[in-house]
Design a protein around this ligand. Structure first.
Ligand code: GUN
Length: 293
């Protein structure tokens, strides 16, 4: 087994992004700028947004965090998004999910100007992705593609099984792996909670992408010898072992699966770090007007 090392790849790519951000500053007179909106104080969301902001600073981007408490109205949030859409000094805007129940995430997603939608969640970006046109690709799938590319993992003609059909990871990932691209050209099976014979299907996979959100869901008996295993799970459990007070577990039983597969991403230190890189690359592309002018 060899490790798909998110720490190594993300640091390498962040060095490249840092150089490009400096070039943007030199030519355009300002840094790439990401705005994040965080509603409420969900522990996981707090951690992810803090990490996004910290990494922006690391690579020389400007970052702005706008916080609301849980009681913010949908209207107030939509008005703020409109204001940021109009701000020519902002390149990327993300609204951290999940949102409180009284706010419709579809309205929020569609309100964000697709030209600043560096999360790649807007229907225009998803539609363009389907058609293999330039677009912002959702950050986690984008990070996974960058990881596969870095390690020159062959995907063409192989069977990729994606477990989980979320809008954020599973659904876009299945489309990307089937595209005529590199990485891509897979025969893709998208599985979910209603899938019958799941274990058998996963066992036939050359590439497994686990995005279910259940600790140790993928066990060694579900993995074919030599498969490539991508673990998207970030399952947080309270722990006295760590400084943060939480321990992270993937969707894959790493210890046992690692004995049988060819490549595997660890948790932590895998896909999570690459998600940040996907977001930074989208923000940089927006600042450089590479996708939309
Ligand atoms: N919640 C979980 N993952 C994400 C993400 O990639 N972007 C946003 N905005 N919210 C999330």
């Amino acid at each position: 087994m060899q490790l798909l090392d998110g720490k190594y790849v993300s640091e390498k790519l962040k060095q490249e992004i840092t150089a490009e951000a400096a070039a943007v500053l030199a030519t355009r007179g300002r840094q790439p700028h990401l705005v994040a909106i965080l509603v409420g104080n969900d522990g996981g969301s707090e951690t992810y947004v803090a990490s996004k902001m910290k990494n922006c600073q690391k690579v020389g981007f400007k970052s702005t965090l706008i916080r609301y408490d849980n009681s913010v109205s949908e209207e107030e949030l939509l008005n703020k998004i409109e204001e940021i859409n109009q701000d020519t000094e902002v390149d990327g805007l993300i609204v951290q999910l999940p949102l409180p129940k009284h706010i419709d995430p579809e309205k929020v997603t569609e309100k964000i100007d697709y030209r600043k939608d560096v999360d790649g969640f807007h229907p225009i970006n998803l539609g363009r992705m389907m058609r293999n046109l330039p677009c912002f690709i959702p950050a986690t799938p984008y990070g996974i593609l960058l990881m596969l590319k870095e390690y020159k993992i062959e995907t063409s003609g192989l069977h990729c099984v994606v477990i989980g059909r979320s809008n954020i990871v599973g659904s876009p990932m299945s489309i990307l792996m089937a595209r005529d691209a590199k990485p891509g050209n897979c025969t893709v099976t998208l599985t979910h909670s209603k899938t019958r014979n799941l274990n058998e299907i996963v066992r036939s996979a050359d590439i497994i992408i686990a995005a279910i959100g259940k600790k140790n869901f993928i066990t060694v008996d579900m993995v074919k010898e030599g498969a490539v295993v991508i673990d998207v799970g970030i399952n947080r459990e309270v722990s006295t072992e760590t400084k943060s007070g939480y321990k992270l577990y993937g969707d894959v039983d790493f210890k046992n699966v690692a004995q049988k597969c060819s490549w595997i991403t660890p948790v932590p230190g895998g896909v999570g770090l690459m998600t940040i890189v996907g977001l930074l690359k989208n923000t940089l592309a927006s600042a450089k007007k590479e996708i939309y002018s």
